[in-house]
Design a protein around this ligand. Structure first.
Ligand code: NAI
Length: 885
């Protein structure tokens, strides 16, 4: 590291005739600064004056070869001190406000003069000197100020009420000046030193006095005054070899929602939370400090509650994320659990349980409730309960269930679940608590949304929102359009519970009896699975369960295994309304129920392409855009590796005019910037491109934009307070990135998919395989035809994403998704097995024997195809065409 020098810098040190000031002045001078040695030369109480103090120090500096001039003014005459700097050296760069006096006396004996004199030297003096230098700092875009505070002010000290007041006075002044000066290169910091001097000779024990050289303090003061130091607004304790920054921390505190009366008792009750520093934060500016208040205003008025349910605390609570995985085996066990394939020869239902079915294996769509309910049960088992909810399981009834599949369930998946309390209603007799669980696949794409409605007996009546009144999904008066009847086996609950719902109520007779049931009851969601299958059998478009979109049911009565379920269905315009009853008791068990279907079977979206900012791509435009800012953020993250760990949140930026989406993931180690959407944002910020750019240039204030409605923040509003580093991005760096980008030829939009720095899942093999076959056919149809024969072969990829293509070896053509002539042989397999075969790692015959490939049709052709495996050149997917030709 280079020496930190002050050549050509002009430094004013006040009170530099003795003690710390002298040490500072000599250090600055030794490092090349031109120093104004200011000292009034009075005694330690501020009485008297003399030129000697400053002259001695100036002489010492000059003797050592340095440059210095004396100033004998009191700091109360700050203009004159700064004028000395300007007259002698022509400029001013650094002000060290150090002059000080002591008038220690216990408060009750303190005179008006003791108070006033201390104030005038420390606070008024620091103000006067700094004020005189300020216009010069602003004009030259550079300045450094160091204030001198004291532990007496920070922690309090007997007999120093006046001094403590004054010392915190200069700290407050420094904080405000740090904010005002930041944009103009003027940094203002505060030190709380400890050193042996005439001020402390009466306070410090002799042993300490010897160890506390003023020279141990000056290096920190000098560093704060150097251009290499970019800290501003800091407070530092220094002395005796110890150097440390000090900051405020704040207990997480108690938030009381607005609109509810706030009583003294509420404060008493919450005292432990108000004062609990186990959960804490470090506000660094007014905006951060305002965070909880802003969030409270944002949250709107109180929604009331009672001893069981505190709506304010519970509503919106997000549970810790959970994960789960399933495969064909789990789907098949579930299918059996909801009575599928009770006739094993029924081809329709065999698809739910036999993973090698010739028409393809499909999930019973209502399996979509299982991973989510298992997540909720796992949390319940751990005892994780939302804050503000206070009731035992004996009050809880599963009232309703709504589940939406955003696309068909793949045959295996690794899932992440996020649950949040989305509504709480006061039903008088009870409370309704609606918990939404969103389930994402391994790419972060939303796959399933569940809403569980729990009815809490005896927990209503606080006069709150009763929720929607109208009854949904009421059957029309005509007779049902279809009726399905199925006996539920006596051991059905024991089979169903293998899918995860371990509640003993469904298995343990004694436990069920304790809850007033004559024997274990069937799971409500099991009944739902039966009824849903019945609806699918009659109304699934094209007899394909993958059209399933959503289900709504209300659980009205329990079912006992062994009873007969009758499902009555009505096909309405956009849904199938149904009712399920138990035949033996003529009891309605599911009502207000409906299933909807997608118009087409939804497919998994391709990963979001990198959002190129088209505005910037426009010819001739050189102004930086948000894209450049995010590149700069990426660079900033690389230089500040601890930032992400400190913030720990994921942000989604939605910019408008022009639209772009950015993910700033400060939860990932080291942090990550990526274009596009994220499913796991804690906090979403919406702002126009122009306002965003103004904000990052420091021209617009985030707080003002927020209050003015130009910046919308949703989700964890507090998290946004941690983005203050955005205003520290260097605009010239953003401009450089812009320039570099402008010099690089634009990449066509559809080729930039892989540019995102997100480690992508390996590209599916099928399209690459199809492309390789196409290429090979184009090059050498005859050789391939000789090897395989002039035949038509279909490939079906059974996993996610599903796809199929047909190769006509006779014509030398590849057709996609069922196009082209009928196939003589069809191979069904998972993408990974296709990859293994095509790259020569696995042999088709072995895959077949292990059940990984299904062969329908002429097995001999399949055998000949074996020769092709490993002979094709698959590229790595980076430049693969989007699919087979
Ligand atoms: P010091 O008494 O050795 O030096 C203070 C200097 O300020 C003296 O040379 C004095 O003549 C000068 N001064 C007083 N009133 C002035 C005025 N109106 N105009 C110009 N100069 C004036 O004391 P020390 O210990 O070096 O203190 C320096 C600063 O550090 C003071 O602000 C003090 O409050 C602060 N401080 C010192 C601590 C210590 O342990 N020495 C502890 C905490 C704070």
């Amino acid at each position: 590291m280079p020496d930190l020098r002050f050549d050509d810098r002009v430094v004013v040190v006040t009170g530099a005739g003795h003690g710390l000031g002298r040490a500072h002045a000599e250090l600055f001078a030794a490092r090349g600064a031109k120093v104004v040695v200011n000292d009034l030369g009075g005694d330690r109480r501020g009485d008297g004056e003399s030129a000697r103090a400053a002259d001695v120090v100036v002489a010492a500096i000059k003797d050592a070869g340095g440059e210095a001039v004396a100033s004998y003014h009191s700091v109360e005459d700050g203009d004159a001190i700064i004028q000395t700097a300007l007259d002698t050296f022509g400029r001013i760069d650094v002000v060290i406000n150090n002059a000080g006096i002591l008038r220690d006396v216990s408060f009750h004996k303190m005179t008006e003069e003791d108070w006033e004199r201390v104030y005038r030297v420390h606070v008024y003096g620091s103000y006067r000197v700094t004020r005189a230098a300020w216009p010069h700092f602003r004009d030259q875009g550079y300045g450094r100020v160091v204030m001198t505070a004291s532990a007496a002010g920070i922690y309090g000290n007997f007999g120093q009420a006046n001094y403590a007041m004054a010392k915190m006075g200069v700290f407050g002044l420094a904080n405000a000046l740090a904010v005002e000066g930041r944009k103009r290169g003027v940094h203002v910091n505060t030190v709380a030193p400890i050193a042996a001097s005439r001020l402390t000779e009466s306070v410090l024990p002799p042993k300490f006095f010897d160890a506390l050289q003023p020279e141990y303090v000056s290096p920190l003061v000098a560093f704060l005054a150097h251009e290499a130091c970019d800290t501003t607004g800091g407070l530092f304790e220094v002395g005796g070899g110890f150097f440390a920054q000090l900051r405020f921390e704040r207990a997480q505190g108690e938030v009381m929602r607005l609109g509810r009366a706030m009583q003294v008792e509420d404060v008493h009750r919450a005292w432990s939370t108000i004062t609990d520093f186990d959960q804490r934060e470090v506000p660094t500016d007014v905006m951060t400090a305002m965070g909880p208040i802003v969030a409270n205003i944002e949250a709107g008025p109180s929604r009331g509650g009672n001893e069981f349910v505190d709506v304010d605390r519970a509503l919106g609570f997000t549970y810790p994320e959970t994960t789960s995985r399933y495969d064909e085996r789990d789907l098949a066990i579930y299918a059996l659990g909801v009575g599928a394939a009770s006739d094993p020869l029924d081809a329709h239902e065999l698809r739910f349980v036999y993973e090698m079915h010739r028409d393809g294996f499909v999930a019973v769509p209502t399996y979509g409730v299982i991973p989510a309910i298992n997540g909720v049960l796992a949390l319940a088992k751990e005892g994780t309960m939302a804050p503000g909810l206070n009731y035992g399981l004996e009050r809880l009834l599963h009232g309703e269930q709504r589940m939406t599949l955003h696309r068909p369930l793949p045959s295996r998946a690794e899932l992440t679940h996020r649950s949040r309390i989305v509504d709480i209603f006061d039903k008088g007799k009870g409370a309704l608590i609606l918990t939404e669980t969103e389930t994402f696949d391994e790419d972060g794409d939303l796959l399933i949304t569940n809403v569980f409605t729990a009815f809490i007996k005896g927990a209503g009546g606080w006069g709150g929102d009763p929720g929607p009144k109208e009854k949904k999904n009421v059957p029309p008066s005509r007779p049902p359009d279809a009726v399905e009847k199925q006996k539920i086996e006596a051991d059905q609950a024991l089979l169903y519970r293998l899918s995860g719902d371990w509640n003993p109520l469904h298995a343990d007779p004694a436990f069920a009896a304790a809850f007033g049931f004559e024997r274990p009851i069937l799971h409500g969601l099991c009944t739902m699975g039966y009824a849903a299958r019945h609806v699918l059998r009659h109304f699934a478009p094209q007899d394909d369960p993958r059209f399933f979109q959503s289900i709504d049911v209300r659980f009205s009565k329990s079912v006992f295994p062994g009873e007969t379920l009758v499902t009555e269905m009505w096909k309405e315009e956009d849904r199938v309304v149904f009712v399920a009853r138990v035949e033996e008791r003529d009891a309605v068990v599911l009502q207000n129920a409906a299933i909807t279907f997608h118009e087409t079977i939804p497919e998994k979206a391709v990963p979001t392409a990198r959002v190129t900012d088209e505005g910037a791509a426009a010819e001739g435009q050189t102004a930086p855009t948000s894209g450049d800012v995010f590149l700069a953020i990426e660079a900033y993250l690389a230089e500040h590796p601890d930032l992400a760990a400190n913030v720990g949140k994921v942000f989604q930026f939605r910019l408008t005019d022009p639209t772009s989406l950015w993910t700033l993931d400060l939860q990932a180690p080291g942090g990550r910037v990526a274009p596009g959407e994220t499913a796991s944002a804690h906090c979403t910020l919406e702002i126009s491109e122009a306002d965003f750019m103004a904000m990052t240039r420091g021209e617009a204030d985030a707080q003002k934009l927020y209050f003015g409605g130009q910046l919308k923040i949703s989700g964890d509003v507090m998290a946004s307070q941690k983005l203050t580093f955005l205003s520290q991005l260097d605009p010239s760096r953003v401009a450089d990135l812009r320039a570099t980008r402008a010099a690089t030829p634009a990449v066509p939009r559809d080729e930039v998919t892989d540019e995102a720095p997100v480690p992508a899942r390996p590209a599916p093999t099928a399209p690459r395989f199809a492309a390789a076959v196409t290429e090979q056919l184009a090059r050498d149809t005859a050789a391939l035809r000789d090897a395989v024969g002039a035949v038509v072969v279909a490939w079906r990829i059974t996993d996610d994403p599903e796809s199929s293509f047909t190769v006509d070896f006779g014509e030398g053509a590849v057709h996609r998704d069922g196009g082209g002539p009928g196939a003589e042989v069809t191979l069904s397999l998972r993408d990974e097995h296709l990859e293994a075969w095509a790259t020569g790692q696995a042999d088709l015959q072995r895959l077949f024997q292990r059940g990984h490939v299904r062969i329908d049709g002429d097995v001999a052709i399949a055998h000949r195809l074996g020769r092709l495996g490993g002979a094709l050149k698959l590229n790595d997917g980076a430049d693969a065409p989007g699919g087979a030709a």
